[in-house]
Design a protein around this ligand. Structure first.
Ligand SMILES: Nc1nc2c(ncn2[C@@H]2O[C@H](COP(=O)(O)OP(=O)(O)OP(=O)(O)O)[C@@H](O)[C@H]2O)c(=O)[nH]1
Ligand SMILES: [Mg+2]
Length: 185
């Protein structure tokens, strides 16, 4: 397995959840991006392009650890890219729009699908757009996922805020290392 896979994190989630924004927020360098204009009917005031292949960038954590950060396209017809981008990932962050009417079912199916694609990855969930969804309750969402058998780090994150994205990434890394076997020499 190539060396950089050990430090590979991937943002996944529905179209518009904030994957490209999150990669861009925490990048140390100009990300590789494959954005294409959206059709006129799909555009909003804040989103006019969509990812058609992948996002890629790097970020160096406080202690000098280099992470390779990827984003996948959210649109289902581009899902053939998902296994290619996720191969060998250490961690996968599912971004979920708090205002999505079907967010529980969507999140469960994304967790199932991506855990099949990347069986050794650890997962975390970032709920975006909570500022626009007054009736969203993180506790209720977390409990519903728990009832469905998903026990993983979950927090609100504004993908536009680097410090929030950074915190989510560190939560996932801490969780993944806590799950590893204690080695005693
Ligand atoms: N209000 C609000 N806007 C957000 C938040 N997080 C991200 N956004 C905005 O939501 C949009 C997300 O767009 P992208 O980052 O392109 O979404 P994506 O997940 O890459 O979408 P695809 O590549 O099309 O699948 C951008 O306009 C962001 O500025 C949030 O927490 N609150
Ligand atoms: Mg994108």
């Amino acid at each position: 397995m190539p060396d950089h896979y050990h430090n590979k994190l991937v943002f996944v989630g529905d179209m518009g959840a904030g994957k490209t924004t999150a990669v861009r927020s925490i990048s140390d360098v100009e990300p590789v991006s494959t954005e294409m204009p959206m059709s006129v009917g799909e555009r909003t005031d804040t989103k006019s392009t969509t990812t058609v292949a992948l996002d890629y960038s790097t970020v160096e954590l406080d202690d000098g650890e280099l992470l390779h950060i990827y984003g996948v396209p959210g649109q289902k017809y581009l899902d053939f890219m998902w296994p290619m981008v996720c191969e060998g990932a250490l961690g996968i962050i599912v971004l979920v729009n708090a205002g999505h009417p079907d967010k529980l079912a969507t999140t469960e199916s994304l967790l199932n699908e991506f855990s099949r694609m990347a069986p050794s990855a650890n997962f975390a969930i970032g709920v975006t757009h909570a500022d626009l969804a007054d009736d969203f309750s993180l506790i209720e969402f977390r409990n519903a996922l728990l009832r469905a058998g998903f026990k993983l780090p979950i927090m609100k994150v504004d993908a536009r805020r680097p410090e929030q994205v950074d915190f989510l990434i560190k939560a996932l890394l801490a969780y993944s290392y806590a799950g590893s076997q204690l080695q005693i020499a």
